[in-house]
Design a protein around this ligand. Structure first.
Ligand SMILES: NC(=O)C1=CN([C@@H]2O[C@H](COP(=O)(O)OP(=O)(O)OC[C@H]3O[C@@H](n4cnc5c(N)ncnc54)[C@H](OP(=O)(O)O)[C@@H]3O)[C@@H](O)[C@H]2O)C=CC1
Ligand SMILES: O=C(O)C1=N[C@H](C(=O)O)C[C@H](O)C1
Length: 253
């Protein structure tokens, strides 16, 4: 994702790339971030040192890097777009705490299409929650074989938003195997598929007796996430401290 953010930011006159951060053992250290991204040189070598200034940081990394990212943003007072998924509850609390002094956009998907589909899913859940015969929700997600976390942050967020519509007693159930017995009525099921180079696809199934609705949203490539993150970075300029979502950025709140 870092490469696509660099490539798209370099094409946008609103952006100046001031740093490209990796960990201290990374073999790309010292190499030009533009050349690594497959575009002409941008004269920014990949570094493990943080810059003293920037208008925003965009983070697509790993949960193990996120504590350091938050600490560096606080120290240098840099607004943050947090796109990394698989964060621990403690890290989510750290983000909320940091947002008392910094503007932060935090979202498991920066994609416009995904965020719009989340709004549709909320509407479907609210409309069908008391349908005669009941309604079952299952969330299927497909991603590339390199993905480190499962289910996707996006799938979990779909589940949270739908659960908010359905009530307090929803259980989140991951996979299904063996003598499971009948499906309970108060669960949301998650199924994570890992195949090839899939850039991300989510299907939300609302199954009733006699009919079903499926919301499907999928990326053709990863630029929807990179360009969404850049839109979020623009949103942060001159913004008050606070924890913002992509719904806020996209005017979907
Ligand atoms: N919100 C959204 O829209 C999206 C979120 N994501 C999420 O973004 C994250 C990254 O995805 P992706 O780019 O595919 O993953 P990659 O593994 O390709 O990239 C992560 C990068 O972070 C580097 N890294 C590891 N530790 C540190 C550190 N301490 N400081 C700086 N950099 C570090 C890794 O280096 P090395 O390889 O050497 O370990 C690697 O280059 C994932 O959590 C993914 O789920 C992805 C797409 C969209
Ligand atoms: O790792 C990925 O690729 C993606 N991760 C995010 C997630 O976990 O939801 C967003 C997107 O689906 C791509």
């Amino acid at each position: 994702m870092g490469r696509r953010v660099v490539a798209l930011a370099a094409q946008d006159p609103d952006f100046e790339i001031v740093a490209a951060i990796e960990h201290a053992d990374c073999s790309d250290l010292g190499h030009d971030a533009g050349l690594l991204a497959g575009i002409p040189a941008v004269d920014i070598p990949v570094a493990s040192q943080w810059p003293g200034f920037a208008d925003a940081v965009i983070d697509f990394s790993l949960p193990s890097a996120v504590d350091g990212v938050i600490a560096n943003c606080i120290a240098a007072k840099i607004p943050l777009v947090m796109a990394t998924t698989g964060l621990s509850p403690e890290q989510k609390n750290q983000l909320a705490e940091a947002a008392k002094t910094l503007p932060i956009v935090w979202a498991p998907s920066m994609s416009l299409a995904v965020n719009l589909t989340m709004k549709l899913a909320q509407q479907v859940a609210a409309t069908l929650k008391d349908v005669p015969g009941g309604m079952d929700v299952e969330i299927l997600e497909r991603h590339h074989r390199y993905k480190a976390d499962a289910p996707s942050g996006t799938a979990l967020r779909f589940g949270e938003l739908i659960a908010q519509q359905l009530g307090d007693d929803i259980r989140h159930v991951h996979g299904r195997e063996g003598e499971t017995g009948q499906r309970s009525r108060n669960e949301i099921g998650y199924h994570a598929i890992r195949v090839g180079d899939n850039p991300g696809e989510h299907t939300i199934v609302f199954g009733m007796l006699g009919e079903k609705i499926e919301l499907n949203v999928g990326a053709s490539n990863r630029d929807c996430y990179a360009s969404g993150a850049l839109t979020a970075a623009k949103f942060l300029k001159d913004r008050e401290p606070g924890l913002y979502s992509m719904f806020d950025v996209l005017g979907l709140s």
